[in-house]
Design a protein around this ligand. Structure first.
Ligand SMILES: Cc1cc2nc3c(=O)[nH]c(=O)nc-3n(C[C@H](O)[C@H](O)[C@H](O)COP(=O)(O)O)c2cc1C
Length: 415
């Protein structure tokens, strides 16, 4: 990505130390980073740390470095403003349109995307004043991240934790790639996403797995949650991905467990996105003890495989039978290769017809494509015959396009 001007606002919360990693990663990605802390933030982390990490001077007030008129210039010139952490106080001041320090003045002059990553105690986060402030900022077009749940200051736990720096920067990068990627348009919708690769046990130490990293499904869950959906993510095995903030994550291992989790959660959901790579076959019997090499035996054991239930086709069937009363959109994924019978799209169209889902995301795989990498491309096929290309980009960008298609499908089916 080309070098962008990113302003990192830091307000005075206990999580201010995590802003150091946010700044470092943005600078390492090649961006020009200007840190604008509040006075309170500097009681948690010193200006010298932010100056050294960003390579730029750090001021808090509008009367510092007046000839450069920073209270106007920093916001005007920015490609993105990220406020991490955003305190309850900072959110309130942003809503009120205050300009009593350099950060709030910058928020008033910025015309680029603005991303707030709130962090505070659960009581502060759930207070009606903060809820209204967050809603107002979202109405004005700012992206306000759902905080993570977990350990807060002291011994308390609950929602209000600052998401990890990697997650904040994943979303920051998305907004730099596509400024309008995160409209708040899925509020009130329950979205069920599956991701990762299943493992089918052979014996207590071995399994049949696959190369899915879970990255695309995690990105869909993350984007849907930040667009306002209530998201449950059924996560099989992944490449050590961090659970997306604001998402309810159910960890599973085998295809059977994933099937059971989908069966349990689908009746509540309006949208199902089946991005997991679910094994088609499992060993007929998993050995209770480790299968051993026998001396003198040349031939290895033969493993008999049996079919697993098709989770996607099962969900489509269950909807048809009236068992999923709220389900409005079912999205499948197809990782295809061409062969002597036809190209990738030929096989994908056949899969869409066979499965009966509403939308199918198609990736061409092989030659280092799609699996275990951070970027992706492909096609989006709809049951009504419409087909569109998914231009190459990060898996998070791809996720935003997939969620766009889901929203458009929901709108069309409602109208
Ligand atoms: C140890 C400590 C931790 C704090 N952590 C938070 C926090 O995580 N979130 C928050 O909203 N306020 C927190 N506060 C309160 C803010 O520092 C206070 O509201 C301050 O006025 C914020 O100023 P600012 O928004 O200008 O940075 C904390 C205060 C202290 C003393």
């Amino acid at each position: 990505m080309e070098r962008k001007r990113v302003v990192v606002g830091v307000s005075g919360g206990i999580a201010a130390y995590k802003a150091c990693t946010v700044v470092r990663q943005l600078a390492e990605a090649g961006h020009s980073v200007r840190v604008v802390p509040t006075e309170s933030a500097l009681r948690f982390v010193g200006a010298a740390t932010f100056e050294a990490l960003s390579g730029q001077p750090v001021h808090t007030g509008v009367f510092d470095d007046v000839p450069a008129v920073p209270h106007v210039a920093i916001g005007q010139q920015a490609d993105l403003v990220v406020v991490a952490p955003a305190t309850a106080d900072l959110l309130a001041r942003a809503v009120a349109g205050r300009a009593d320090d350099l950060l709030t003045a910058t928020l008033l002059t910025a015309r680029c995307p603005v991303l707030f990553a709130p962090a505070m105690h659960t009581e502060m986060w759930q207070h009606p004043a903060t809820r209204e402030n967050v809603a107002t900022l979202r109405t004005r077009g700012a992206v306000v991240l759902e905080p993570a749940s977990g350990r807060l200051t002291g011994a308390d736990t609950g929602p209000g934790r600052l998401p990890e720096a990697e997650e904040i920067n994943t979303i920051a990068s998305l907004l730099l790639e596509r400024a309008d990627a995160l409209p708040y348009d899925l509020a009130g919708q329950k979205v069920l996403v599956t991701a990762g690769g299943t493992r089918e046990p052979i014996d207590p130490v071995r399994f049949i797995g696959n190369r899915s990293s879970g990255k695309q499904g995690y990105a869909v869950a993350r984007v849907a949650a930040q667009r306002g959906a209530e998201v449950t993510l059924i996560a099989a095995h992944t490449a050590g991905l961090i659970d997306p903030a604001g998402v309810d994550v159910v960890h599973v291992s085998s295809a059977q467990q994933l099937h059971d989790a989908v069966t349990k959660h689908a009746p509540e959901a309006q949208v199902l996105v089946m991005a997991a790579a679910v094994a088609d076959f499992r060993p007929a019997r998993a050995a209770q003890a480790k299968i051993k090499k026998r001396p003198g035996e040349e031939q290895g054991p033969t493993i008999e495989l049996i079919r697993n239930d098709d989770v996607l086709a099962g969900a489509v069937r269950a909807r048809g039978d009236g068992q999923l009363p709220h389900m409005r959109a079912i999205v499948g994924f197809a990782a295809e290769t061409g062969d002597e019978n036809g190209d990738v799209l030929f096989h994908a169209r056949a899969k869409l017809r066979r499965k009966g889902c509403d939308l199918l995301v198609v990736n061409a795989v092989g030659d280092g494509r799609a699996f275990e990498v951070d970027h992706n491309d492909g096609w989006l096929l709809a049951a009504d015959g419409t087909e569109s290309a998914l231009e190459p980009g990060s898996k998070t960008l791809m996720a935003s396009r997939i969620v766009d298609a889901v929203v458009a499908f929901l709108d069309a089916s409602a109208g």
